[in-house]
Design a protein around this ligand. Structure first.
Ligand SMILES: O=C(COP(=O)(O)O)[C@H](O)[C@H](O)COP(=O)(O)O
Length: 351
């Protein structure tokens, strides 16, 4: 076996495969929720493992981590969660390893919840009574700030961007209404017009790079540019689990490209390309063998974009609020300079 890669033949618990599928298909979505589900899945793998040796147990956990890691590439909370749990995989026997791993996953999940609550209290300090926030996508970290402001007795209203193509804005609108927040739902294209009515842009993050760039749902960067032009401050609510350690050594953050059908269902594609199966020269082409790429229409569906630090006013974490340019200091403190692939954690023990 290649010593750098886990043995892909190792059986992963069906529950882990299900979680991986739920993440890939976005039934589980949003960076914090994905991290929580990944930690829970590793705990499940540990509980259900029938490994007879410590080495076999570790190999199973690493294979589970890899299955989860390969679902979506942009939210760094996923590999950060996997690394954190696998680092706690300590013990001389299978029973010890199981106990340590499940305890570590539980600790991670509690810390995650606590971090979000703390971040919310810090973010709420930026919101004044009567403020209107404009949101994009659905971020549990961003909502935590609004929730804490409401708990402080402030009246907050929201302008919620629909967020095409998946319309996560509907989830935000529903949850804000459950909190009693008056909501104005707008299409993405109306954002600039409604910025005149907003006191803050408040978004979450999937990853934050060492230079303070914010990687979040596609459309965030355009919103931030428009907000800057309109003089509306942009606040990013992001637990430190969103800090991307690899960017300290020059790596860039992978932007997920999703299926074109999220943007353009097959019947709508057919309406656009019409009878493109007949070539200009009039030669009939067999549509059953024609691939979508051959009809001259390309659909791009990037799920995220990068907002440069100059368009962001504050990154609010559970460790305090930071100007984006200084986030690297916190990153170094929390992650050090070196990172391995999640399944590399503790591998040296097995060599
Ligand atoms: O971009 C998204 C979700 O994208 P998708 O719907 O494609 O997963 C959210 O803004 C961040 O993940 C932060 O969310 P949270 O604050 O909940 O971690």
């Amino acid at each position: 076996m290649d010593s750098d890669q886990p043995d892909t033949d190792v059986t992963v618990a069906p529950a882990v495969a299900e979680t991986a599928d739920d993440i890939a298909e976005m039934r589980i979505r949003g960076a914090a929720t994905i991290a929580d589900a990944a930690a829970e899945a590793l705990a499940t793998q540990a509980e259900r493992s029938e490994a007879e040796t410590p080495a076999a147990f570790r190999e199973q956990l690493r294979a589970a981590a890899r299955t989860l890691y390969e679902t979506r590439p942009t939210a760094v909370s996923l590999p950060n969660a996997l690394r954190y749990v696998l680092r706690g995989m300590e013990g001389e026997t299978v029973a010890e390893l199981r106990r340590a791993t499940t305890a570590r996953a539980a600790e991670f999940r509690e810390d995650l919840e606590q971090a979000q609550a703390t971040l919310g209290e810090i973010g709420a300090n930026r919101l004044r009574d009567g403020d209107v926030v404009m949101t994009h996508c659905h971020s549990t970290d961003a909502l935590s700030c609004i929730k804490a402001a409401l708990e402080d007795g402030k009246h907050i209203e929201a302008i919620v961007k629909e967020t095409r193509p998946r319309k996560q804005g509907h989830i935000t609108a529903r949850q804000l209404r459950e909190l009693g927040v008056p909501v104005t739902l707008i299409v993405d294209n109306a954002a600039r017009r409604y910025l005149d009515d907003a006191d803050h842009v408040l978004v979450g993050a999937d990853s934050i790079a060492a230079d303070g760039s914010v990687i979040n749902k596609i459309g965030t960067s355009g919103l931030a540019v428009n907000a800057r032009e309109r003089g509306v401050p942009v606040m990013v609510a992001a637990q430190t689990i969103k800090l991307h350690p690899d960017t300290m050594t020059g790596h860039t953050v992978a932007i997920e490209m999703r299926d074109e059908h999220e943007v353009l269902p097959a019947d709508e594609r057919a309406e656009i390309v019409g009878d493109a199966t007949e070539s200009v020269a009039g030669d009939a082409v067999d549509s059953s063998t024609e691939s979508a790429a051959d009809d001259g229409l390309t659909v791009e569906n990037p799920a995220f974009d990068v907002t440069p630090p100059r368009h962001v006013d504050a990154i609010v974490t559970e460790r305090g609020q930071f100007p984006p340019e200084s986030i690297v200091t916190l990153m170094r403190e929390l992650f050090g300079e070196t990172t391995d692939e999640p399944w590399e954690q503790g591998r040296s023990r097995d060599r």
